[in-house]
Design a protein around this ligand. Structure first.
Ligand code: PRP
Ligand code: URA
Length: 210
């Protein structure tokens, strides 16, 4: 496994992922689970954020405490399914800005087609978390990160919920400098480039479109 790939197999994440995969899980619960898993992954993947010491007056005395060292953040979901992860990560980091990249896979070629991009103007001052629940062939994530790099952010991390080995390989070859955080590394892709065992079509399950 590439040194920049981190599998977040915390028991709470694995439990929620198991329900997420279940074909009987409806859209309401599916949305809630995606959001909760994204929040837990955000907690884990921000471990390396720098902090600085401040003085805080408690009701008892003055204490030396630590706060985040003014790091500016941005979350960039890949539409549509990445939208499902935004609420969860914003619940931990409400001051972050949010950009959007719109992409869908051509059903025949499975290549990503981009249709929208709106990113915070000051992205060069920010750490960016790119969000998409599924890393299948890797095409969408690779193109999204390539686009984001044009804005020279300070750092980029990619956060997905399920990854296929094919996608991890392609992504880490294209962007070896971008850490990948995922909750589950699955077996393979099928002939339609869906992740096996996966969870089906994430966008359709979040938005109830099938
Ligand atoms: C899904 C998913 C990723 C992409 C992953 O989006 O949310 O963006 O496929 O596949 P890849 O790694 O092979 O590029 P989809 O194309 O279904 O669009 P949608 O989210 O709008 O439904
Ligand atoms: N996109 C999805 O939503 N699911 C997959 O398994 C692959 C791509």
């Amino acid at each position: 496994m590439h040194e920049n790939v981190f599998i977040m197999d915390h028991p709470l994440i694995q439990h929620k992922l198991s329900i997420l995969r279940d074909e009987r899980t409806g859209s309401k619960q599916f949305r809630e689970l995606i959001s909760e898993i994204a929040m837990l992954m955000c907690y884990e993947s921000t471990r390396d954020l720098p902090t600085r010491e401040v003085e805080t007056k408690t009701p008892i005395t003055v204490a030396k405490t630590r706060v985040l060292a003014g790091r500016k953040m941005a979350f960039v979901p890949i539409l549509r399914a990445g939208l499902g992860m935004v609420d969860g990560v914003l619940s931990l980091i409400p001051a972050a800005k949010v950009g959007h990249i719109g992409m869908y896979r051509d059903p025949e070629t499975h290549k990503p087609i981009d249709y929208y991009c709106k990113l915070p103007a000051d992205l060069n001052e920010r750490d960016v978390f790119v969000l998409d629940p599924m890393l299948a062939t890797g095409g969408s994530a690779i193109d999204a990160v390539t686009r984001i790099k044009e804005f020279s952010p300070k750092r980029i991390k990619f956060m997905c919920i399920i990854a296929a080995p094919e996608g991890v390989k392609a992504f880490t070859e294209a962007h070896p400098d971008v850490p990948v955080y995922c909750a589950g590394l699955d077996e393979c892709l099928n002939e339609h480039c869906y992740i096996v065992p996966g969870l089906g079509d994430a966008g359709d399950r979040i938005f109830g479109t099938k």
